[in-house]
Design a protein around this ligand. Structure first.
Ligand SMILES: Cc1cc2nc3c(=O)[nH]c(=O)nc-3n(C[C@H](O)[C@H](O)[C@H](O)COP(=O)(O)OP(=O)(O)OC[C@H]3O[C@@H](n4cnc5c(N)ncnc54)[C@H](O)[C@@H]3O)c2cc1C
Length: 573
């Protein structure tokens, strides 16, 4: 067993997306004397999905819009499964956060000729409220956030991977996190008074997916192993328009943003017929779950394009206009040899976002004292379906709140002793593959991707889900028996892949078990064998946790704390 270095800090933040960076800034603002550390699998400012945000940020700013309206869109889009307190926090704090991004952090967003912030149309919304910087909004947000973090002397552990949450010796709270320095391959035990889980979820276990490659559901897997509860795990969002680039390239799945449909883009099947009107009166502006399923139905009915998807058409909006409005998307398509402004481009649904995640409170605390959570690692904000534009609002709103809560919390706390048995057990488990002969990791990855795509994908049945349960169990066993060989530990991609797969398989099992438990169809979760949504008044959410290596599922009632199904908080004028 290799030596372990140690580090003590007041606040340890895992992940440097919108949630992690906002948390660091707000914690520092609340108490500049704190020792704050951001640990991240990649390079700060260069990894995660917030940087990849294209379309933009939902916030009720314009005349005629309201936070109440944003709230109702979020609740109805989420098919009444959201925790309403969390959803309200999202929409109300988003207003504050967007002003902070513009006026304090220096983001430039697009503006109307009269100087007001331009807000574009996104699907599932009753008002055009998506603030953006062209169609590459995330780069603007992350660059400004990273500059501010760099300038404040916040401690950084880059290319450090969190591998285990470590309890205190009495088991009652979190004491620290075991990290792997990916540069050296050595372990570091970081003790902290408060830890933020902000590793961004990310459904990269699916054959086609959009999130960045550094995400492998590590936070969710660590939370499960630490005995915490994840909710809504069956709710995996498929973005309807992933680029379908054909064989021989890994570009397939790269997302073509929702603003294309919001601006009036059409979807055509392989027979060149516009089909969304057959499924939803909102046509292409229906929510993502409906559009993805409709595309899936066209494909299954044999009306697919040559590469097995459908087409997106933009040229009827004027090629020059498309080139101007969607510069990033036009260039992305051109990189793969397609002309979005003039021609049809083939698209296919692609796994995009996990609505499910760690159960947390609106101050970002969790059931484990010392552990806080924000961003895509959390569950409950979006319910059964996330509206496009609510993702980056979620990570920045709750990241900021988490920073403030943690800064206040650590004032009353001491560093706790780590349970060293947990530390040693985790090191043994993570070093085990280095001591076994190399196996076929590619096979595990490909089988996992096919299994999740085919059997736990856009539509599911009991038969496919039980098959997935069986496959995943086999994969977990095979991976455990498989080694990577006695390779060098520094920058070892194969070893990292092994760890990624371990986490992805565990979280895939949680997704599958939750999908088996939900015998109805809500939002992103569609069961061919149970197509009805079930009683809205009797809505429940799934809660999964792990005990003695077994996943346990419970159904818990949704509390309608602000508005009941069939009602609205909007006041009629
Ligand atoms: C292509 C694309 C386009 C999108 N467009 C939009 C949009 O237009 N509007 C919108 O609202 N949302 C959009 N989203 C969703 C949005 O990006 C996410 O909801 C949000 O940014 C997540 O923020 P986060 O901080 O939770 O996670 P991320 O920004 O993903 O950051 C996660 C961080 O955790 C780190 N990490 C992961 N594992 C570990 C580990 N084990 N140890 C240490 N660090 C770790 C990662 O390296 C990364 O730094 C898009 C997503 C994608 C993929």
């Amino acid at each position: 067993m290799s030596a372990i270095s140690t580090l003590d800090t007041d606040i340890l933040i895992l992940g440097s997306g919108g949630a992690g960076l906002f948390a660091a800034l707000h914690a520092h603002q609340t108490n500049p004397n704190l020792h704050i550390t951001i640990a991240v699998k990649g390079l700060l400012g260069k990894c995660g999905c917030t940087r990849m945000v294209q379309g933009g940020y939902n916030v009720a700013l314009a005349e005629g819009d309201s936070v109440e309206r944003h709230f109702m869109d979020t609740i109805e889009g989420g098919k009444w499964l959201s925790n309403q307190e969390l959803a309200w926090t999202l929409v109300s704090k988003a207003v504050e956060r967007i002003h902070e991004l513009e006026n304090e952090l220096g983001c430039f967003f697009d503006r109307n000729p009269d100087g007001t912030v331009h807000q574009k149309a996104f699907a599932g919304q009753t008002f055009d409220r998506t603030v953006h910087k062209g169609d590459l909004t995330g780069i603007e947000i992350i660059n400004r956030l990273a500059e501010q973090v760099w300038s404040r002397g916040i401690h950084r552990l880059e290319e450090h991977r969190a591998i285990e949450l470590i309890h205190s010796t009495d088991g009652k709270s979190l004491a620290g996190v075991l990290m792997l320095n990916m540069q050296t391959g050595q372990f570091t035990l970081v003790r902290a008074k408060a830890v933020l889980l902000a590793t961004g979820g990310g459904p990269t276990m699916y054959k086609y997916h959009t999130p960045s490659g550094d995400k492998s559901c590590d936070g969710l897997a660590m939370a499960l192993r630490a005995g915490l509860i994840l909710r809504d795990m069956e709710m995996v969002q498929f973005h309807p328009t992933g680029l379908l680039a054909g064989p021989g390239t890994r570009m397939t799945g790269t997302v073509l943003e929702e603003g294309l449909r919001g601006a009036g883009g059409y979807l055509l099947n392989g027979n060149h017929e516009r089909f969304m009107g057959n499924y939803d009166p909102r046509n292409e502006r229906a929510t993502r779950d409906i559009v993805s399923r409709s595309i899936n139905s066209e494909i299954r009915a044999g009306r697919a394009t040559p590469n097995g998807g459908v087409y997106i058409q933009m040229n009827h909006l004027g090629p020059e206009n498309v080139r101007k409005q969607f510069k990033g998307m036009v260039e992305r398509c051109a990189d793969s040899g397609f002309d979005l402004a003039n021609d049809l481009v083939e698209v296919v649904p692609t796994a995009h976002y996990m609505m499910g995640g760690l159960v947390f409170m609106k101050d970002c605390s969790t059931d484990l004292p010392g552990l806080f959570a924000a961003g895509e690692d959390t569950g409950g904000v979006h319910g059964a379906n996330r509206l496009g534009g609510n993702g980056v609002a979620n990570s920045t709103v709750f990241g900021g709140i988490a920073g403030e809560t943690m800064a206040q919390w650590v004032g009353t706390q001491q560093l706790r002793e780590c349970n060293m048995e947990e530390v040693m057990a985790s090191i043994r488990e993570h070093e085990a593959p280095l001591e076994k002969p190399p196996g076929d990791i590619e096979f595990i990855r490909d089988t996992l991707a096919e299994c999740m795509w085919d059997d736990v994908g856009i539509s599911r049945t009991q038969e496919t889900l039980l098959r997935a349960r069986h496959t995943l169990k086999q994969l977990a066993t095979q991976l455990k028996q498989m080694g990577v060989g006695n390779i060098q530990r520094e920058y070892s991609i194969t070893w990292q892949d092994w760890m990624n797969l371990q986490n992805l398989i565990l979280v895939s099992q949680a997704v599958t078990e939750a999908a088996i438990a939900r015998e109805n169809s809500r939002g992103a979760h569609y069961r061919d064998d149970f197509p009805e949504p079930g009683s809205l008044e009797g809505s429940y959410f799934t809660a999964v946790n792990m005990l003695n290596q077994h996943l346990r599922i419970e159904k818990r009632p949704v509390n309608f704390t602000m508005v009941k199904p069939g009602e609205t908080i909007l006041v009629e004028s």
